[in-house]
Design a protein around this ligand. Structure first.
Ligand code: GLN
Length: 488
């Protein structure tokens, strides 16, 4: 018999609304699933079980409220988003006991919409990584194969959704951290356009790149979440004041892609792409063509510079953003210092992990006098060219598409010895953050060699999430349903 946690977000939401399932029963089902699966996958850093049950019971006492689109739906939140009264560590020792006194804008929106926050998900420290192996606290395992990584940096969110611990999670994506773990864990991950979702309360890594977005089991679920979290926030100066369309109305039901021009960037289909990912993605594109999409070859000529450009800009911004963790205002303070300068140094050295320190040093270097022009300024110029590539390609098509990642989920420990090798795994996701455009990873099946999920990535023009979601939903409705991961 299917269980409550097997339902999609829209599925449980409809039952909650109809009064067939109580908020307490939905929350209990998730907490039981967490208890059953956490020993194997370690997706969560904090579980707020009692608070979630109290909230659910209070909601049940008042009765279902159809005006709140997520009434009674249990979800999890990446630990980089500030949650009032709940720890927010960013996967770092430096924020080990930090409980924010304010809440991220998107988290407040979710609560107002009736969602129940079950807990916080594991992540690479300060969202720096592609495997969640940089967390200071635990190693999250992929629910499809616990010898493999869940991807990163939102690996805890992806594993938690894939394992049925919650009906959705909020991740963040600076260079692929929603789309890549979604692809590795066989779920849907949407990075909205820069400015579509407020960054207030998203603890900054690369401020010009960071975006929060939905990680869900279906496209319609991602649309539901985006509908709630999208929109202008006057308290975030980078939040865009543009109308939010009705994403759900645009999803359609006929599953057709007639009239859609789908661009295939030649640079996304060459060297380095594993044959199983290539085959699964091409099969999905053939399906799109059979549904009426016109396939258009396009080029993104500056793709080869994307990794270098991204890592210069992201590290520069990180070095500046992380200067605030000094042992004075919040977070860890070293007890082994007698003067101010050593207190700063020791607090930071004890609090930050290796990858974070590497990035702060490299970021400080590229911003330093004498090197700024050669690195930071040059990278900022190349970034503009990369964005222009997308804008040019989108002249001849409506959406672009390619693999989300060159491979399926790699083995735990496989890329940890060589940071550069780890950075190279981001090749297909980072250009989109440099461009500010939205992208979505859709599970299209299992790789023929590893048996692990493969994600197809769709990219759209700025603020065109509605079209992205509509096309992804049409494709999804014609693909065989993804099986559940083989976790107990
Ligand atoms: N893997 C990339 C990095 O390490 C992207 C991470 C992210 O999107 N937060 O920076």
């Amino acid at each position: 018999m299917s269980q409550l946690f097997d339902l999609s977000l829209t599925g449980i939401r409809d039952r909650l609304r109809a009064g067939d399932v109580s908020a307490e029963a939905a929350t209990t089902a998730c907490l039981e699933r967490i208890a059953a699966t956490e020993p194997a996958i370690d997706a969560l850093l904090h579980v707020a079980g009692e608070a979630a049950l109290d909230q659910a019971r209070a909601m049940d006492a008042a009765g279902p409220d159809a005006s709140r689109p997520l009434w009674g739906v249990p979800i999890t939140i990446k630990d980089v988003l500030a949650t009032m009264g709940m720890p927010t560590t960013c996967g770092s020792r430096i924020l080990e006991n930090f409980v924010p006194v304010y809440e991220a804008h998107c988290v407040s929106r979710l609560r107002e919409a009736g969602a129940i926050i079950l807990g916080k998900t594991n992540m690479d420290e300060f969202a720096m990584g592609s495997s969640t192996e940089n967390s200071a606290y635990k190693l999250t395992k992929n629910p499809w194969n616990t010898g493999r990584v869940p991807g990163g940096s939102s690996g805890g969110s992806a594993a938690s959704v894939a394992a049925g611990q919650c009906f959705a999670s909020i991740g963040t994506d600076t260079g692929g951290s929603i789309r890549q773990p979604a692809s590795f864990c066989g779920i849907v991950g949407l990075k909205p356009s820069y400015g579509r979702v407020s960054r207030r309360g998203l603890i900054a890594y690369g401020s010009s790149l960071d975006q929060a977005g939905p990680m869900t089991r279906t496209v319609a679920d991602a649309a539901e979440i985006l509908q709630v979290i999208a929109g202008h926030d006057p308290k975030d100066s980078t939040s865009v004041n543009a109308p939010v369309p009705d994403y759900l109305a645009g999803l359609g039901t006929d599953g057709s892609l007639k009239g859609l021009r789908l661009g295939l960037p030649e640079q996304y289909w060459g060297e380095g792409l594993s044959s199983e990912v290539d085959a699964a993605c091409r099969a999905a594109i053939d399906l799109a063509a059979s549904l009426g999409a016109e396939i258009v070859p396009v080029s993104l000529p500056h793709t080869e510079y994307a990794i270098a450009t991204y890592y210069i800009l992201a590290m520069a911004e990180a070095s500046s953003n992380l200067a605030r963790f000094d042992g004075v205002r919040y977070g860890h303070r070293s007890s082994k210092s007698s003067d101010l300068a050593t207190m700063y140094t020791r607090s930071r050295c004890e609090g930050f992990g290796e990858e974070v320190m590497r990035r702060i040093m490299l970021g400080t270097y590229v911003l330093s006098a004498g090197y700024y022009d050669a690195y930071y300024r040059k990278a900022a110029q190349v970034r503009r060219l990369i964005r222009q590539d997308f804008l040019d390609a989108l002249q001849s098509c409506d959406l672009l598409c390619g693999p989300a990642c060159p491979t399926t989920a790699f083995a735990i420990g496989e890329n940890t010895a060589d940071p550069l090798q780890m950075y190279l795994t981001d090749i297909f996701t980072i250009s989109l953050n440099l461009s500010g455009l939205p992208g979505l990873s859709l599970p299209v099946g299992l790789g023929a060699d590893t048996g692990m999920p493969v994600g197809l990535q769709l990219f759209a023009g700025n603020m065109d999430e509605a079209r992205l979601l509509a096309a992804a939903a049409a494709l999804e409705s014609n693909l065989p349903a993804m099986p559940a991961p083989p976790i107990a």
